[in-house]
Design a protein. Structure first.
Length: 202
């Protein structure tokens, strides 16, 4: 089973990924790949060529500064996507190919899975959801930013209802953790029975 997991900022994708890890299922996380790429000199040079040394903090990419910058306008966000997304997508495709070749399960967490048209490489797509106010609360607590800033980030992404309409299943993380763990385990066992069936195309 090759499962794609997506969802908006603050929806709880990382929590879902942690549950799968505890279940012993390999995870590929696009955000983790992005963080790794930001440490590579080649990528850092490209970012500095776009935004200058202002993007650095202690000789490393200042991720908080960069996040504020890219969510300030679509144009700024697209600049970073042009740098990071091609290598991230190449890595994801390679990992999926390897898992299929070996007959292994794999869960791939990709915030922009649908926006980048990656549906065809997965057996199932699950979208992670949470109420709008809860998402704002989570990101404020995590990043120490204003509610206005979080709303701007959310508005820059595909609407949750659009994601839900394109996914096979929707997972709400606005429940107690034991309940979420139980639901994910149940759904995983359920879909594993039907991995031989192709995804329905919308």
């Amino acid at each position: 089973m090759i499962l794609g997991v997506t969802g908006g900022i603050g929806s709880g994708k990382s929590t879902v990924a942690q549950i799968f890890r505890r279940m012993g299922i390999p995870i590929v996380d696009a955000d983790e790949l992005a963080h790794q790429l930001l440490q590579k000199p080649k990528i850092q040079k490209k970012i500095i060529s776009v935004w200058g040394k202002e993007a650095l903090l202690h000789n490393a990419i200042n991720r908080k500064w960069l996040a504020r910058k890219i969510f300030s306008s679509p144009e700024e966000r697209w600049k970073l996507e042009e740098i990071l997304h091609p290598p991230i997508i190449r890595i994801i495709r390679r990992k999926v190919h390897q898992a299929r070749k070996m007959g292994k399960d794999l869960v791939v967490v990709v915030p922009l899975l649908l926006e980048k048209g990656l549906e065809e490489i997965f057996d199932q797509i699950w979208v992670v959801t949470a109420p709008h106010k809860e998402r704002i609360r989570r990101i404020q607590a995590r990043d120490g930013v204003s509610a206005y800033s979080v709303r701007k980030r959310i508005s820059a992404q595909m609407h949750e209802w659009t994601k839900r309409s394109k996914a096979d299943k929707a997972i709400s993380t606005f429940v107690p953790l034991p309940e979420l763990e139980k639901e994910i385990d149940r759904l995983w066992r359920e879909v594993k029975k039907f991995t031989h069936l192709p995804r329905a195309r919308s």
